[in-house]
Structures are given as C-alpha cells and as structure tokens.
Design a protein around this ligand. Structure first.
Ligand code: SF4
Length: 323
C-alpha cells in the first residue's frame, strides 16, 4: 500500500497534537479527526488492518482534508502529513473504494482538453491574457493536479500527457502559469521548457506603480507551503504600490479555503462555506478591506459564499495599476 511508505509520518503524527491549531478543517469542524493527528490515527488503523480501508467515515475524513500544507510547513520536523493523506487517497482509489461524488468529479476532470492561440515564444496559461502582450495563450481545464490530489494517478498522467503534447506543439521556451496549484504541478515536469509563476514573469517584465494602497494578501497554500514561500507575489504587489497587511490572527494559518485540495468546494461545500465564513469573520471590515489572492480558486470560492467581499486576483491587482 502507498501509506506504507509514510511510516515515519504515521509514527510522528498519531500521538502529536502540536499543529492542531493550523488545520483549516479542524478549526471549523472542531473534530480531532480533522487534524494531522486524527488522520494519522485513522491511517494507522488502515495500516494495521486493510479491512479498515472500507470504513466510509475514514474515507470521508480523508477526502475532507484541505491539504493546506500549513501543518507540514510549520512542523518543526516538516513531517509530510500531506503526502500521507495523498498516499491514502491513492490506496482508496486503487481498491475501488472512492466515493461516487469523487469518481464523478474524476471522470469530469479526465475530459480536460487544451488549445493554444496567438503568436510568440512565451506561452501563458491563465485567466488574464491581456496582461501578456506578445504571448501565446493556452486554454483548457486543470492539467492533472486535481486528479492527482484525488488519488487518480493514471487519469492524472493521461490529462498531463495531453497538456504536455499541446505545450510542446506550441514550440515555446517559457510557460507562464497563473493558478498556484497548476504551477506547483507543472514546475518540474516540462524538461526544456522554463515554467514560471505569473508573479515571477511580471516582476521581471517590470510593472507600473500607483498611489500607496493598503491591501490584505491571502497567502497561497501552494506558493507558501508547497513551493518554499515564493517571494515574487509579495515583491510584485509591493512594486505596484500595495502596502500589504497580514490577514487574520497569525501568519501560519491558511486562509485559502481549501486551495490545497484544488477541488475542495466541489466535494465539501458545507465545510467550505464554514472556511469562507471564518475568513469573513476575521476581516476587519469586509466591505472596505481589499483582499488580494494569487489563486482564482480562492477568489471564486470566497466570492461565492459572500457577495460583499472585495477580493481580486494578483493579476487583477497588477492590471489595475497598468490602466
Ligand atoms: S505535522 Fe508535525 S506538528 Fe503536526 S502532528 Fe505531525 S509531527 Fe506533530
């Protein structure tokens, strides 16, 4: 089983409660099972008796993890509690035990196709092509990351193979990726093609600035907790004249409402609504505070659950300074 490769994490996390305050889901369900310790105890039970893999409560708990990476990032030994859950999901899928909503979502994600338009040696993959004059534009669904986090390994590979074929056929030397989950997935996968997060590209391209403007930056689970706390987004916003203010009560917790799980809102809308409510409750003034996120998922999800929230994507924040 895939979980067997993570014995060290099981042993470390199952009796440790040090990072319980950083689990986004545990913070809104108040259930011990929704913490790294609770999930490690569940997976330890599965390790000891494979029959426990069939327990529907265990399966639901493992698909309810937000995979924010905050716990792993701030764990003093960086135990890979995210990798442990992902391994368990692969075991669930390989045993044919994925819940029906998960299977239906995986089937939908497996249909992703990709197209390229325009001219240039740089290819842009995101929602704001107007910022990237002279670049080709790649459109389509998720490149395979969502299927990977759901535990569908071969289906993820099939989608990625189609994505890669499209990128290679575009004959470009650089791929600019906007969504942090896609950047995390693609950054080491495209051989001779340089993969940059859009903030890195825009920073090197030079941006216009504007009058100083206060904004709250919602850290990305991927860019912070998975990708070594990429500094380019904050540098870019600072160059544009934004005075960034820390959001919430601390700088360790994830306020990205399930970004790490990529399709969290599709599978767990009730919990996701609670995650969004928590963010709204922590805002000083929801109607006047400007929130900036590098993730379209975060923007869309927070806007879905509260129409009053003022949130823009990082690219939109930059574009507002270019007008
Ligand atoms: S990730 Fe680290 S701090 Fe959190 S439960 Fe595991 S060992 Fe403890």
């Amino acid at each position: 089983m895939h979980i067997d490769k993570h014995q060290d994490v099981i042993a470390a996390c199952r009796f440790c409660f040090m990072c319980r305050h950083l689990d986004p889901v545990g913070n809104v369900t108040f259930q011990e099972s929704d913490t790294p310790r609770g999930r490690a105890l569940i997976i330890d039970k599965i390790r000891m008796a494979n029959e426990n893999l069939k327990n529907p409560d265990f399966i639901a708990t493992l698909y309810r993890s937000a995979l924010s990476g905050a716990n792993r990032f701030h764990c003093v030994s960086h135990y890979d509690e995210v990798g442990l859950v992902l391994a368990a999901r692969k075991d669930i899928v390989e045993a044919g035990l994925a819940p029906e909503p998960v299977k239906a979502l995986a089937e939908e994600l497996s249909q992703a196709t990709f197209t390229v338009k325009g001219k240039g040696k740089t290819l842009y993959y995101g929602n704001n092509p107007k910022l990237y004059a002279g670049c080709k534009v790649l459109s389509g669904g998720d490149p395979g990351k969502a299927l990977e986090v759901l535990g569908f390994v071969s289906e993820s590979q099939a989608v990625f193979d189609r994505f890669k074929k499209t990128v290679v056929a575009a004959n470009c030397t650089t791929l600019i990726v906007a969504e942090p989950s896609a950047y995390d997935f693609l950054k080491d996968k495209l051989d001779a093609i340089k993969v940059e997060h859009c903030s890195e590209y825009l920073l090197s391209a030079g941006v216009k600035t504007g009058p100083a403007r206060k904004a709250y930056y919602l850290e990305s689970d991927f860019l912070k907790n998975y990708d070594r706390n990429l500094t380019a987004p904050r540098q870019l916003l600072a160059q544009c004249g934004y005075k960034l203010v820390p959001f919430g009560t601390n700088n360790e917790e994830s306020y990205s409402v399930g970004e790490g799980a990529v399709v969290f809102d599709r599978l767990n809308p009730e919990v996701c609504a609670k995650l969004c409510q928590r963010v709204c409750d922590l805002a000083d003034n929801l109607k006047t505070n400007l929130l900036i996120t590098p993730s379209q998922y975060v923007k869309t999800t927070l806007s879905k659950y509260n129409s009053h929230i003022r949130i823009v994507s990082l690219e939109e924040a930059v574009a507002q300074r270019k007008d």
